[in-house]
Design a protein around this ligand. Structure first.
Ligand SMILES: C[S@@+](CC[C@H](N)C(=O)[O-])C[C@H]1O[C@@H](n2cnc3c(N)ncnc32)[C@H](O)[C@@H]1O
Length: 232
């Protein structure tokens, strides 16, 4: 088990994992994540992905693709798909899924973190993400990168689990269990305020819907889906 260090500073405590970022913890997550998420996907989670991804078109980039649960939902309007994912363990699973022809005709797989996308400015018509903001270490930096690689007028499509609304008991529980959650779920924060991050970015939020992920653990049940556009 990798060592865990409790860091206390500036009036707040936070868990820091002194692990090899893509070591045992990530390996375990890559093993159990598809099994756990498979339940909620079959119970209605895949309909949420389809609702958002049906708007994807043209040159499309997916960030943090994991084991590829978004892949079956890309419409024919996607002419080229670039799939990015930093974890070597998830990349292995992605490879297997791509071998099953689950992706649009033209695809490329690139190992990359969302905070440092290895693409020129204004490259993509669409960028997509599914349950990635929870795990990205620096979400605001990632959104700035997404805005940079989108063409003017291009769209960012997202389905994300988020913090429950202020004043709710679930939101408070998410805050309390965050350190343990981060550790057990390979860096996943259950209480990210993703809508706020997007509204503070240079993207313009076009629509959002708040709903719940069926058959999911309560900590990841509140979901935000929507679209944001880079000003044209
Ligand atoms: C909860 S999983 C979601 C996987 C997949 N997108 C899905 O819809 O099921 C979070 C994913 O984010 C990836 N990730 C972690 N750090 C990241 C980063 N800095 N940039 C992009 N993706 C990251 C993880 O490796 C993992 O595959």
């Amino acid at each position: 088990m990798p060592p865990v260090v409790l860091v206390v500073g500036a009036g707040q405590a936070d868990w820091m994992l002194t692990r090899d970022r893509w070591g045992l913890n990530e390996r375990l997550f890559a093993w159990y994540y598809p099994r756990l998420v498979g339940l909620s996907e079959r119970a209605g989670g895949q309909a949420l992905r389809a609702q958002v991804l049906e708007q994807a078109h043209g040159r499309t980039l997916e960030i943090g693709a994991g084991n590829g649960y978004n892949l079956p939902h890309y419409p024919a309007a996607v002419t080229e798909l670039v799939i990015t994912e930093p974890s070597p363990h998830m990349l292995r699973q992605l490879n297997n899924r791509l071998a099953d022809n689950s992706a649009p005709a033209s695809w490329t797989m690139v190992q990359a973190e969302a905070e440092a996308l290895p693409f020129p400015d204004s490259t993509f018509d669409t960028v997509t993400a599914g349950y990635v903001h929870c795990t990205i270490p620096e979400p605001a930096r990632a959104v700035a990168e997404i805005a940079r690689v989108l063409k003017p007028g291009g769209q960012y499509l997202f389905v994300e689990h988020v913090r429950a609304r202020d004043g709710s008991w679930l939101g408070r529980v998410q805050d309390v269990i965050e350190p343990l959650h981060v550790y057990l779920a390979a860096g996943c924060h259950p209480n990210r305020r993703t809508e706020e991050v997007l509204r503070r970015s240079e993207l313009s939020v076009e629509w959002v819907e708040h709903t719940t992920l069926p058959a999911a653990l309560p900590s990841v049940r509140p979901v935000l889906l929507g679209a944001a556009r880079k000003p044209g």
